[in-house]
Design a protein around this ligand. Structure first.
Ligand code: SAM
Ligand code: SF4
Length: 332
């Protein structure tokens, strides 16, 4: 069945990103407006049985990595159970590796249970180390909770722990070295992300975006960086810091797209499959799950969705159209 994960351009898909909810405990300016967005209706949200069924079909087709995201995935009340069930799936590549991207706020209470359930690695979003700035950026005074979440993931033995920061001009671009040094000191891996046009307010401005090249030039002024070799399908280009083992990565989705090696496909919390973050078409898997269709039909829908995948996202092209859903409702 693994050919079902091949698209028209020969890319084999191994990474399934599942959004567990579109809700969030923060309101990051580059992601959500202050008042949030109209939430998905409860009746449209996939149940855990439904989520696990799609993941099982995907894993049987050759998916080997499952990343849980959102919105804030730790707001899903049964997230520990979801992790355990995803980690227990089995396909041609064995059990999938399960990871999670989170703002970290609920990690202090959940990290140990998540680790026991099979979550070995985690990405925590942290754009600043300064409390007032964090409050302005996320519209919530929760920096200490995110930091406690990171410490809890570490204490639970998760590894690697990656820290994601979206670099923004005049907002946090003076903290690129500070954030990196924080990660070096704690044994975390820093990842800077170029800001993408995925905010609900459609306020993205190319000139506000700090490019990967600018990030790198700040880092090279401070550290000796050695580029790591073949990154495979990974979105981050990674450099060893001062000979390693510490490293820093840059995800230059806009200025240096990695679409040619993309192996990702996304399932939204309301059961729509998207072949790309920037896809303008979705495939309605929820309808199949609820009309009595069998697993072959779900597998055929996954295959068909991948045939819609375009060669690239064209963000840098003037004709680029932002998708209707914001990042929080797609699953970052
Ligand atoms: N709430 C979780 C979190 O913040 O980690 C998971 C969902 S969030 C949408 C996933 C990742 O997308 C975060 O690292 C966030 O910084 C990133 N993100 C959100 N909006 C973005 C944008 N417009 N451009 C680039 N990255 C963005
Ligand atoms: Fe929430 Fe993550 Fe979006 Fe921030 S980036 S508002 S934490 S979903």
């Amino acid at each position: 069945m693994s050919d079902g994960l091949l698209d028209r351009f020969g890319r084999v898909h191994r990474d399934l990103r599942i959004s567990l909810t579109d809700r969030c405990s923060l309101r990051c300016t580059y992601c959500m407006p202050a008042d949030g967005v109209p939430w998905l209706k409860a009746s449209t949200m996939l149940t855990t049985e439904e989520l696990v069924r799609v993941a099982r079909v995907g894993v049987e087709m050759g998916i080997s990595e499952i990343r849980l995201t959102g919105g804030e995935p730790l707001l899903r009340p049964d997230v520990v159970d979801v992790v355990a069930r995803m980690a227990g799936l089995e396909g041609p590549h064995g059990h999938p590796e399960v990871s999670l991207t989170t703002n970290g706020l609920r990690l202090p209470g959940l990290a140990a249970q998540l680790r026991d359930a099979g979550l070995t690695r985690v990405n925590v979003s942290l754009d600043t180390l300064r409390r007032e700035r964090f409050t302005e950026l996320t519209r919530r005074d929760r920096l200490t909770d995110t930091l406690a979440g990171l410490a809890a993931a570490d204490a639970a033995g998760m590894s690697p722990i990656k820290v994601n920061a979206v670099a923004m001009r005049g907002v946090n671009d003076d903290e690129i070295v500070d954030l990196t040094q924080f990660c070096v000191d704690h044994g975390y891996q820093m990842r800077f992300i170029e800001q993408m046009p995925l905010d609900a307010g459609h306020t993205w401005d190319r000139n506000e975006m700090v490019t990967g090249e600018e990030i790198l030039s700040q880092l090279t002024a401070h550290y000796t960086l050695t580029e790591r070799g073949d990154r495979g399908a990974a979105p981050a280009q990674v450099w060893d810091i001062d000979g390693g083992p510490a490293s820093v990565g840059v995800i230059a989705s806009v200025t240096s797209p990695f679409c040619g090696t993309c192996d990702r496909v996304r399932l939204t919390a309301d059961g729509q499959l998207r072949a790309c973050l920037f896809a303008r078409k979705e495939s309605d898997i929820r309808a199949l799950l609820r009309d009595g269709s069998d697993d072959e039909a779900v597998a055929a829908a996954i295959t068909a969705c991948l045939q819609l995948k375009q060669p690239g996202h064209d963000i840098d092209d003037p004709t680029f159209l932002q998708p209707d859903r914001p990042m929080s409702a797609i699953g970052g």
